[in-house]
Design a protein around this ligand. Sequence first.
Ligand code: SAJ
Length: 401
Amino acid sequence: MKACFMGLGYIGLPTAIIAAKSGINIVGVDINKRVVEQTNAGHLHIVEPGMEELLQEVLKNGKFRATSQPEECDAYFIVVPTPFKGEHQPDISYVENATRMVLPLLKSGDLYVIESTSPVGTTEHMAELIFQERPELKGNIHIAYCPERVLPGNVIYELVNNDRVIGGMDEASTSHAIEFYSQFVTGMLHRTNARTAELCKLTENSSRDVQIAFANELSMICEQAGINVWDLINLANKHPRVNILHPGCGVGGHCIAVDPYFITAAYPKEARIIAQAREINNYKAQWCAEKVKNAMLGFELENHRKPVVAMMGLAFKPNIDDLRESPAKRITTEVMQSKNNADFLVVEPNIKEHNVFKLTPYEEAYEKADIVVFLTAHDEFKLLDWRDDKVILDFCGIFKR
Ligand code: SAJ
């Protein structure tokens, strides 16, 4: 069995490596020459604990190699990005381009699987494209959709242990795809059709977005009502059927803040809660920025001098170095660009330097600041003691006060 992974990014590369480790011969393809070279040299171009050692192992035993052109295999996996075009419209052109690249290589009996997060109908659309160009393959190849569910930072464990949903264009395609994944996945492999599998991926991330929006909405209600939102949620969660998530300064990353738009773009009339949740989570970041600006103004009026403001955390979630789509970064930028008079200390303990922000160690910033704004709940911050002599805006529950 020889398989080709189109796309060596955050998901494609780890999946290709884990598949190779299970004994499958893998060719990893990326249009970025630097990624190909770096990968073949045994260096990981993404951050993922433990993965570089596995890469070196599968390169050494000859089970894996990277290249910029696909070659004839028995199975093809499309694991490329699906970004936006215009106002939140999904762009499936990378999926289409990768499919066109493998099209001439397909032969009877082959398996073709899309893993990229995709709008409903993408797999059918790609099947049409394949059969338009290669009508003789109709009924002779297996086509399926199988989304990933891994949490960056815990990929080695989750790729193997998580359950997966596999949706074929027909029963035989589903069975073929299940056979492939069962070589390295020990979690359950659940059968469905391609459209359901596509919507399932979008549903998982939209569900989390809606739940976080609920927590964020509560935090704004509590602010008005003079109630501690952390106490409230803790108490409400004592109910056996209630499980409210944590409020924060908004939702970031490349998945939860993005995937719901794949549903709202296609079903604008029906997807009302999903659209509203996106709005609430985006609004929460703006709301936090306004709170900081008001605190700065208040400080200046009271103390007749400009405040020192510490912005604590830039990453999109705790204990990572990933700033993609980060509300903390957005808030910091907005506050620093506002007309208010202040000196800023920007803190992100998980990165050494940044090309825009000059970074300050967290303890030094906490000590020097008049106003401290907690944006990301990094573990280090939880070691700090509450200080009555500072204005503390705790948007992510460091002190839960
Ligand atoms: N967040 C909150 N409150 C919470 C939980 C999260 O504000 O209670 C915020 C985080 O701070 C962050 C954002 O939500 O800004 C997203 O973080 P996350 O940890 O919830 O999720 P991601 O984006 O790292 O990974 C998600 C996961 N999906 C689900 O949990 C349903 C992961 O399993 C997916 O594989 C991944 O998206 C993906 O690739 O789609």
